[in-house]
Design a protein around this ligand. Structure first.
Ligand code: NAD
Length: 368
């Protein structure tokens, strides 16, 4: 059994803009170590396409072992056109799926927050999204992306058949629902659970298990159920009706992308993938921006590092029990935006354009 080191941070910058945005997180970790003596221990390794180029695999056993003993994994992004023709099992994204699955990171938390300074960046009307603050809790290690049987096989008449299996057990549903209810208690105390119980048995089980857990342990939290297709529609119609949305892997993939794009700011949104707590109350967790490796802007020094920085704020809050430091870091980001500093992706008239590293430095100057 590998012992988890709570304060060990494994940096996996990855490909494309991943290393550029992770550099800014490194500066912030160093700042907390130097100024606040928080004693973070960091290590850095290759993952994704860069690991494939050097080692012929998107993640080596050595890096995977390091991930197992690290309390916090900070991922940049992986992938890009360079590796599109690589065989399926060696694709950069396989490293992420392996980390999520093997580290049992079953709960994916994706906030969709509309920064008041960037209301105009959304395609929706300001009054619909101003003040928006939703947390989507997506089940990450079960459902149709992992269910067996799966595959493509030949059938009669020269046709082929593609199969994936949508499957959930009670315990898989209950453990992720618990995370959603616990989070709701720290927010506006409201969970909306989404499935397709009208047409899927696994959805019916989802609804029943969530309701049963609520009635047993979380009666104080408001719980509603909503069909996932209705949720997709309601997110555009009236997103502020939501606080915590709990959903499965497949629907969560789509609903969280939809919710994040409501805010119009891909470069600003963080995410966390959490595992179960051990007997000491510690857990494995991986934090990453929701955006990809952005090959179109890689190497230009214009990537927005805020999503990565806010991912580290989530790590401070959820893995390191440093709520106050998380708030300070989030406030520093707000202050920089209030000062009118913008990377190219969120630049608007009258604002000052800054590079990736200037944005990181500005956040640190606000921390001071
Ligand atoms: P993307 O998120 O990389 O980029 C979409 C658009 O948003 C691009 O125009 C890009 O320039 C812009 N953008 C993204 N992040 C930005 C930032 N921080 N600052 C400024 N602009 C930013 O999505 P894509 O183009 O669909 O995917 C590119 C590659 O990333 C693909 O290989 C994909 O598989 C991979 N990907 C990886 C992850 C991950 O590592 N978790 C997630 C999504 C996509």
């Amino acid at each position: 059994m590998i012992k988890l080191k709570k304060k060990k941070i494994l940096l996996l910058p990855g490909d494309g803009i991943g290393p550029e945005v992770t550099d800014e997180v490194k500066k912030i970790i160093n700042w907390f170590n130097d100024k606040k003596s928080l004693g973070f221990e960091t290590d850095e390794e290759l993952v994704g396409g860069c690991s494939y180029d050097k080692h012929g695999t998107p993640i080596t056993d050595e890096v995977f072992y390091k991930a197992l003993e690290s309390g916090v994994i900070m991922l940049g992004a992986v992938g890009g056109p360079k590796w599109e023709s690589v065989e399926f099992d060696k694709k950069p994204e396989r490293a992420l799926l392996k980390l999520r699955k093997e580290l049992k990171l079953f709960a994916n938390l994706r906030p969709a927050i509309c920064f008041k300074q960037l209301v105009d960046a959304s395609t929706l009307k300001p009054e619909i999204i101003s003040g928006l603050d939703i947390m989507i809790v997506r089940e990450l290690t079960g459902g149709v992306y992992f269910g067996e049987p799966r595959g493509i096989k030949p059938i009669e008449n020269g046709e082929r058949k593609g199969v994936n299996t949508h499957t959930y057990t009670s315990s898989e549903i209950v453990r992720v629902a618990r995370i959603a209810f616990d989070l709701a208690r720290k927010r506006s105390n409201k969970v909306i659970s989404c499935e397709k119980s009208n047409v899927m048995e696994a959805g019916q089980l989802w609804k029943e298990e969530v309701q049963a857990l609520h009635d047993k342990d979380y009666k104080d939290v408001n719980l509603d159920h909503m069909l996932a297709d209705n949720c997709a529609m309601q997110l555009v119609r009236n997103p502020k009706q939501f606080d915590v949305i709990l959903t499965d892997n497949l629907f969560g993939d789509m609903l969280s992308d939809e919710a994040s794009m409501l805010t119009g700011s891909l470069g600003l949104l963080p995410s966390a993938s959490l595992g179960a707590k051990n007997k000491d109350g510690d857990m494995r967790a991986m934090y990453e921006p929701i955006h990809g490796s952005a090959p179109d802007i890689a190497g230009k020094g214009i990537a927005n590092p805020i999503a990565s920085v806010l991912s580290f704020a989530m790590a401070l809050r959820y893995s390191l029990d440093l709520d106050k430091e998380a708030e300070v870091l989030e406030k520093a980001v707000q202050d920089v935006l209030n000062d009118g500093l913008r990377t190219k992706d969120i630049l608007s008239e009258g604002m000052k354009e800054v590079s990736t590293s200037q944005m990181g430095d500005a956040i640190i100057s606000k921390l001071q």
